[in-house]
Write a protein that binds this ligand. Structure first.
Ligand SMILES: NC(=O)c1ccc[n+]([C@@H]2O[C@H](COP(=O)([O-])OP(=O)(O)OC[C@H]3O[C@@H](n4cnc5c(N)ncnc54)[C@H](OP(=O)(O)O)[C@@H]3O)[C@@H](O)[C@H]2O)c1
Length: 169
C-alpha cells in the first residue's frame, strides 16, 4: 500500500446532505468551483461513473490538468476517453494513481462506501433547503468521525450562504 493522503471533497446542503439531482448539482457557486479547481489542479481525482457522466454532460470533457480515475464495473467508456483511467475497484484506483495526494470527489454512492478511508474532508456546506429536489445525499453522519480543523472561507453567492470547512481525523 502506498503512503497516500486520501481526501473527500464535497459540497452539500447543511442538515440534509443533499448534493445532486438527476446527475446535476443543485446550485452554481463560482467561489466553490474555484476552490475545487485550485485544490485538485495537478492532482489525482477519483470519482464514481455517474459523477464522471455528469462532468461530461456539464463540461464536455474530463476535468483538465488532473489525473481522472473513474470507478465502474462497466467497460463502455474505456475507448472514448483515452486519458481517463477506468477501474473496477478503489484498490486499483489508489494503486494506479500517480499522486501522493488523492481527492475522492463523489458521488453519493462512492462517499457512502469509502468515507472510512479519508484522512480528511473538504466540505462546502450550504445554508439552503432544497431537499425536495435532491436524489443524491452525502452521508453527513460520517463527519462525526472527523474534527473541524479550519474554516477556509465564508461566502454568499447566488442567494446562497455557504462555508468551506476542512475536517480531519
Ligand atoms: N455536491 C457534490 O459535491 C457532488 C459531487 C459529486 C457528484 N455529485 C452528484 O452526485 C450524483 C452522482 O452520484 P451517485 O451516487 O448517483 O453516483 P456515483 O457515486 O458518482 O457513481 C456510482 C457508480 O460508480 C461506480 N462504482 C461505485 N462504487 C464502486 C466500486 N466500489 N467499484 C466499482 N465501481 C463503483 C458504479 O458505476 P457502474 O454503474 O458504471 O458500474 C456506480 O454505478 C450526481 O447528481 C452528481 O451531480 C455531487
Amino acid at each position: 500500500m502506498k503512503n497516500q493522503k486520501i481526501y473527500g471533497l464535497v459540497a452539500f446542503e447543511s442538515g440534509t446532505g443533499a448534493m445532486g439531482k438527476e446527475g446535476k448539482l443543485l446550485w452554481h457557486l463560482p467561489s466553490d468551483l474555484k476552490h475545487f479547481k485550485n485544490l485538485t489542479k495537478n492532482q489525482t481525482v477519483i470519482m464514481g461513473r455517474k459523477t464522471f457522466d455528469s462532468i461530461i454532460n456539464a463540461c464536455g470533457s474530463p476535468l483538465p490538468q488532473r489525473e481522472n480515475i473513474v470507478l465502474s464495473k462497466k467497460t463502455t467508456n474505456i475507448d472514448t476517453y483515452k486519458d481517463v483511467l477506468f477501474v473496477d475497484s478503489m484498490d486499483k484506483a489508489l494503486e494506479h494513481s500517480k499522486g501522493e495526494t488523492v481527492f475522492i470527489i463523489g458521488g453519493g454512492e462512492v462517499f457512502k462506501t469509502f468515507s472510512n478511508i479519508f484522512c480528511g474532508v473538504y466540505a462546502t456546506i450550504l445554508d439552503t433547503h432544497k431537499t425536495d429536489n435532491a436524489d443524491t445525499f452525502f452521508p453527513i453522519d460520517t463527519l462525526n468521525q472527523f474534527t473541524k480543523k479550519e474554516i477556509i472561507g465564508k461566502f454568499y453567492e447566488n442567494s446562497i450562504k455557504y462555508q468551506i470547512i476542512f475536517f480531519s481525523r
